[in-house]
Design a protein around this ligand. Structure first.
Ligand SMILES: [Zn+2]
Length: 249
């Protein structure tokens, strides 16, 4: 007995199998992180081949049999083609995928993370996109989605927001100059950077990319959100290292 499920899917990674197919790791808003056995998709003209491409976004009918998903049919909705042409964008998208694979619970609904990923890939593949801006948004919003929402309403002691504030990577809290705790390493952030952090963490997902930042604030926040993610998840991402090396060349 098998049952058919219809769901949206983005392919995060794929591994070759012996039978001219792939094992896919994919993200579905309804099913979360799932493994899909995409049989025979490497054969010429295979109907599910386009949906089995890396980062392809599609509507799939999946059958579940003995704990595994198989593709019954698929309709590609987005291919994010520019990501395949630019190694820097490709490596950043791969980092997003690696973070989701490493830090998301399997088989648990993932609507927010799915929309964040879909929007991030869409923004990355737009002409003239700003990868560092998108990286900051992905990292910060993702942390909120997996349970590490920082406290951003104001200073953790007096609740006020001053023109210069201090963010603790360790605790995810803000402090004003007057209430800086002893022995806590802090990152200086301007009021507009605090505003950007709040916006990215707390706005509805469809609005999360629509604001502007100076290059300086963007670079500082990309680094801050990266450090926040790495510190709390205790992971290393070779795709991120690769992306950063490409960015400095
Ligand atoms: Zn204070």
């Amino acid at each position: 007995m098998s049952s058919i499920l219809n769901t949206d899917v983005i392919v995060l990674s794929r591994k070759e199998t012996g039978d001219s197919g792939f094992y896919l790791k994919a993200l579905s808003p309804d099913l979360g992180l799932i493994d899909i056995n995409a049989r025979g998709v490497k054969k010429q003209g295979a109907k599910n081949s386009p949906a089995s491409q890396l980062f392809a976004c599609s509507r799939m009918s999946l059958s579940l049999s003995k704990g595994r998903y198989y593709i019954d049919s698929s309709t590609v909705t987005k291919v994010f083609y520019p990501l395949r042409l630019d190694i820097r964008l490709f490596s950043l998208a791969s980092y997003f995928a690696q973070a989701i694979i490493g830090l998301t619970t399997e088989n648990q609904t993932a609507r927010d993370i799915y929309r964040l990923l879909a929007n991030s890939l869409y923004m990355l593949s737009e002409r003239g996109s700003d990868p560092e801006f998108i990286r900051f948004i992905f990292q910060m919003r993702f942390m909120g989605d997996i349970g590490f929402l920082p406290g951003l309403l104001g200073c953790d002691v007096c609740y006020e927001t001053h023109p210069v504030m201090y963010f603790s990577i360790e605790t995810g809290r803000l402090f004003c100059r007057e209430h800086i705790p002893a022995d806590m390493p802090l990152r200086e952030v301007s009021a507009s950077m605090v505003e950007a952090l709040r916006y990215v963490c707390l706005s509805p997902i469809e609005k999360v990319f629509s604001f502007r930042l100076s290059d300086r604030a963007r670079d500082a926040l990309a680094a801050l959100s990266e450090d926040y993610l790495i510190y709390h998840t205790e992971r290393k991402f070779d795709t991120l290292d690769f992306y950063k090396n490409m960015s400095h060349e």
